[in-house]
Design a protein around this ligand. Structure first.
Ligand code: PEP
Ligand code: MG
Length: 536
C-alpha cells in the first residue's frame, strides 16, 4: 500500500504513531459467535448491566430526562425486547450482530410510526442499542479501543474521550471537530495529540498504520521507511524541546519588567495533580467538576464529591483552590441531567442555569464544597452567570446549606463565592455583580462575543480571543476588579497560549489559570512580556 498524507488542523500538539481505530464503527459486528447458550448469556448480561446503569441515572433525573430514562428502564426490563435477538442467536448469530439487527428492525418500526410520540422514541432506542452493544465488547466499551490507537471519528463525544485510558499513548484524528471544543481542551491538558477538520470519511482511514504530527496538523497513513525515520527524528527533537521548556515550570510568573503574575492550575481530574509539587503554582484556578459526573457509576453523591474536593484542597497546601460548580450542558452533556434536544445547546440550559433547575443536585455540591473548605482555602465559582439574580440565588442556597450543616454538627466553612465571566452580558455590566471574585472564561466569552461556536471547526478562525472586542471586555473586567479590590483571573485556554499572554497582561490581568501541561510555556510567555512596551 502506498503512503498517503492528509492535512487537518492542530487541536493538541504532539507526535504519536499507531494503528487507526475508527470510533462509531466498532459498534457494528465485531464478535465471533460462540455457542448459542454463551451468546445468549452475553446478551442478557449486557442488557442487565445497561438496565443498572440507566436505573441509576433515572434515580437522580427529573423532567424530560426522567421521562426518557423511565421509558428506557421499562423497555430494558421487558423480556420481549431481547426475544428477536435471542431467536437469531439460537440460529447461530453472535450476540452483538443479533442485537444490532433486532434493534435496527425495532428502531425502523418506531421511526415509521404514524404516532409522533412513537417516532420521537427512536433516539432513546438508539441509545439503548449502543449502550448494550458497548457492554458486549470484549472487556466492555473501552476494550473496543486498543491501547495506543490513533482514534479516528467524525467527532469524539466528551464521555467517550473520558472512557479511554490515554496514559497508554495514542492520538485523536477527527474528520470534523474543532480546536476549541472541550474535547480538544482536555486533549491538550492530557497531552494527547489531536488533529481536527481532516474532511472525508473516518472509515477511509480504518485499519491503517498512522503517524500523527498534530503540531503540523499532519496524518500519514501507511508510511514508508524513509517517512518513519524522519518522524522518529522529529519525535526526538520534540522531546529535547519539551525538556528545555520544562525548566520554566518551577519559578514564579514574573514579566521582563518585574511585574508578578499569579499562575494557577486548571484541573479536571485530581489525578492530573499526582506527582506535581504545589509550589510550582499559586493555587488552583479552576476545577471543572462536571468531569466528575461522567462515567457509568452514576452521579457522585455528597461523600464522593467531598472526598475529591478535600483531596485537591489538601494537595494545594494552603493555596487558594477555586472549584467551579457543575458546568454541564453545551458540549458537555450528562445523561439524565442535561436536556437532550436543545436546538442550540450552548445558548440553552447549561452551567448555573442548569444547577438552579436541579436544586437537589446543586445543594449536594454546595454542601460538599463547604465541608471541603475546612481543609483549605476553597472558593466556589459559578459558571455561565448571566444576571445578578443567579448569583444571589446561589448565595441563598449556599447560606442554607451552611446553616443545615451547622445544625447537623457537620464541620464546614463558608467559602468565597465568585463568578465566571464568560457571558458578554456579565462582562459588559460587571459592576452589577456583587461577587467575591471574578474569573474570565475566555473560551466561552470568545465564542459568544464572536458568535462562532467553539465546537464548529469551520468558524474556528473567527473564534479568536485576540479580537479587540474580546480584549476590551477583558480590560473592562480587570479594571473593575482593581477598582473594587476583588480578584480577577482568567481560566480559559487563552492563558496557556504563548501568543496571547502579552495581550492579556496588557489588558490588565495579573492572574492566569492554565492546564498543568501549559504551565511552563505560560510562565515563559510571561517572562517574555515587557509591560513598558505595547504587545507585538
Ligand atoms: C471558559 O469558558 O473559558 C472556561 C474556562 O470554561 P470551559 O472551557 O470549561 O467552558
Ligand atoms: Mg466556559
Amino acid at each position: 500500500m502506498t503512503e498517503r498524507r492528509l492535512i487537518g488542523r492542530t487541536a493538541a500538539p504532539g507526535l504519536a504513531s499507531g494503528r487507526v481505530a475508527v470510533i462509531g464503527t466498532e459498534q457494528t459486528v465485531r464478535r465471533v459467535a460462540g455457542a448459542p447458550a454463551d451468546e445468549a448469556q452475553t446478551l442478557r448480561r449486557a442488557i442487565a448491566a445497561t438496565l443498572a446503569e440507566v436505573t441509576t441515572l433515572a434515580g437522580s433525573a427529573n423532567g424530560e430526562a426522567a421521562d426518557m430514562l423511565g421509558f428506557q428502564v421499562a423497555l430494558l426490563s421487558d423480556d420481549e425486547l431481547a426475544r428477536p435477538a435471542l431467536a437469531a442467536i439460537a440460529g447461530g448469530a453472535s450476540a452483538d450482530s443479533a442485537w444490532m439487527a433486532a434493534m435496527g428492525a425495532e428502531i425502523a418500526g418506531y421511526g415509521a410510526a404514524e404516532d409522533e410520540n412513537f417516532a420521537a422514541r427512536t433516539a432513546d432506542l438508539e441509545d439503548i442499542r449502543d449502550r448494550v452493544c458497548a457492554h458486549m465488547a470484549p472487556g466492555g466499551a473501552d476494550a473496543a479501543i486498543p491501547d495506543g490507537a490513533v482514534v479516528v471519528g467524525a467527532d469524539l463525544p466528551l464521555s467517550r474521550f473520558l472512557s479511554i485510558d490515554w496514559r497508554r499513548g495514542g492520538a485523536i484524528v477527527l474528520t470534523r471537530g474543532s480546536p476549541s471544543s472541550h474535547v480538544a481542551m482536555l486533549a491538550r491538558a492530557r497531552k494527547v495529540p489531536m488533529v481536527v477538520g481532516l474532511g472525508g470519511s473516518p472509515e477511509a482511514l480504518a485499519g491503517h498504520e498512522a503517524l500523527v504530527d498534530a503540531g503540523a496538523g499532519e496524518v500519514v497513513l501507511t508510511p514508508d521507511a524513509a517517512t518513519r525515520v524522519r518522524f522518529e527524528a522529529r519525535r526526538g527533537t520534540a522531546a529535547v524541546a519539551a525538556a528545555a521548556l520544562d525548566t520554566w515550570r518551577d519559578g514564579p510568573g514574573v514579566t521582563a519588567d518585574g511585574t508578578r503574575v499569579a499562575v494557577h492550575l486548571n484541573v479536571g481530574d485530581p489525578a492530573e495533580l499526582d506527582g506535581l509539587d504545589p509550589a510550582i503554582c499559586d493555587g488552583i484556578g479552576l476545577v471543572r467538576t462536571e468531569l466528575l459526573f461522567h462515567g457509568t457509576a452514576g452521579l457522585p453523591d455528597e461523600a464522593a464529591q467531598y472526598e475529591v474536593y478535600r483531596r485537591i484542597a489538601a494537595w494545594a497546601d494552603g493555596r487558594p483552590v477555586t472549584i467551579r460548580t457543575l458546568d454541564a450542558g453545551g458540549d458537555k452533556p450528562i445523561p439524565g441531567v442535561t436536556v437532550d434536544d436543545e436546538s442550540n445547546p450552548f445558548l440553552g440550559l447549561r452551567g448555573i442555569r442548569l444547577s438552579l433547575r436541579h436544586p437537589d443536585l446543586f445543594r449536594t455540591q454546595l454542601r460538599a464544597l463547604a465541608r471541603a473548605a475546612v481543609h483549605g482555602e476553597v472558593r466556589i465559582m459559578l459558571p455561565m452567570v448571566t444576571i445578578p439574580a443567579e448569583l444571589e440565588a446561589a448565595r441563598r442556597m449556599l447560606d442554607e446549606s451552611i446553616s443545615d450543616l451547622a445544625r447537623d454538627c457537620v464541620p464546614a466553612r463558608r467559602p468565597m463565592l465568585g463568578i465566571m465571566v464568560e457571558v458578554p452580558a456579565a462582562a459588559i455590566a460587571i459592576d452589577r455583580f456583587d461577587a467575591d471574585f471574578f474569573s474570565i472564561g475566555s473560551n466561552d466569552l470568545t465564542q459568544y462575543v464572536t458568535a462562532a461556536a467553539r465546537d464548529i471547526g469551520t468558524v474556528a478562525e473567527l473564534a479568536d480571543p485576540l479580537n479587540p472586542a474580546v480584549l476590551r471586555l477583558i480590560a473592562v473586567v480587570a479594571r473593575h476588579g482593581r477598582e473594587v479590590g476583588r480578584d480577577v483571573s482568567l481560566c480559559g485556554d487563552a492563558g496557556g497560549e504563548p501568543k496571547l499572554v502579552a495581550h492579556l497582561l496588557h489588558a490588565g490581568l495579573r492572574s492566569l489559570s492554565v492546564a498543568p501541561a501549559a504551565l511552563a510555556r505560560a510562565k515563559q510567555a510571561i517572562a517574555g512580556t515587557d509591560l513598558r512596551h505595547p504587545p507585538p
